[in-house]
Design a protein around this ligand. Structure first.
Ligand SMILES: [Zn+2]
Length: 240
């Protein structure tokens, strides 16, 4: 069976349609981290209506698919050698390895400088990881306090834990403890604020209910494109 598709520029973009029963009222388009396109539509939507919607949104979808594909193409295994780039707060920094008696990482003049006695791949990675975790802690804590201050129903910013997570950026325990993936500090500040807002909204709504998204819309109205950006970069930021 061939998939439905639309044409934009000189490329053809395929998409999968999922018809949803229940309360869904409008057609939504999602570009997934693997650059595939998923369309969610209310049950019994006419194919022609979906086709029209895709043509109307073609430019947006094509841009996101292309961007995601480009990001995926750049995901090569990390070598931890000079010249390689590593992310911090949404920017790429060139790595420079320096043999030194000191063991430290510095971010100076747009470079990650790793000073190390015997710079093996594992040792450089270890030093960088420690640097990221330390900065993740400071950045997340600062942003959490700031984001929480803008949400009236939060009295006090909850405690956070910075952790190693494979598949998620954050989580919120039933007791209200927020955990964040240290790799998130590689993403830009709007992405960090989006994940923090998402977890804070879970303090009130524990699942992804309609009420949950109403809260998200209220406290972070522009969360949609920010989430799409973060999803598009996930492979790249979680690559070690
Ligand atoms: Zn959630």
């Amino acid at each position: 069976m061939t998939m439905p598709s639309f044409r934009y520029g000189d490329k053809v973009y395929e998409y999968a349609i999922h018809f949803l029963e229940s309360r869904k009222k409008s057609i939504s388009i999602h570009v997934l981290p693997d650059a595939s396109v998923e369309v969610k539509a209310p049950a019994h939507t006419k194919p022609q209506k979906i086709d029209e919607t895709m043509k109307k949104r073609a430019r947006w979808v094509a841009r996101h698919v292309d961007q995601t594909q480009q990001n995926l193409a750049q995901v090569l295994p990390r070598e931890y050698i000079s010249g390689e780039t590593h992310f911090y707060l949404g920017r790429r920094y060139v790595l420079k390895i320096v043999r030194s008696e000191l063991e430290q990482v510095k971010l100076i003049r747009g470079r990650f400088v790793v000073e190390c006695r015997s710079p093996s791949k594992d040792r450089v990675r270890e030093l960088l990881e420690a640097w990221y975790k330390e900065h993740a802690h400071a950045v997340f804590k600062r942003r959490l306090v700031s984001v929480a201050a803008d949400i009236q129903w939060i009295q006090k910013a909850p405690p956070i834990t910075v952790r190693e997570m494979k598949k998620q950026w954050g989580s919120c325990s039933p007791k209200g403890r927020i955990s964040l993936n240290w790799n998130l500090v590689k993403a830009s500040m709007d992405c960090i604020d989006y994940v923090i807002t998402h977890e804070l909204c879970h303090l009130k709504e524990h699942n992804h209910s309609k009420q949950f998204y109403t809260l998200m819309d209220k406290h972070y109205p522009e969360w949609g494109p920010v989430k799409a950006k973060l999803d598009g970069m996930a492979e790249l930021l979680l690559n070690e």
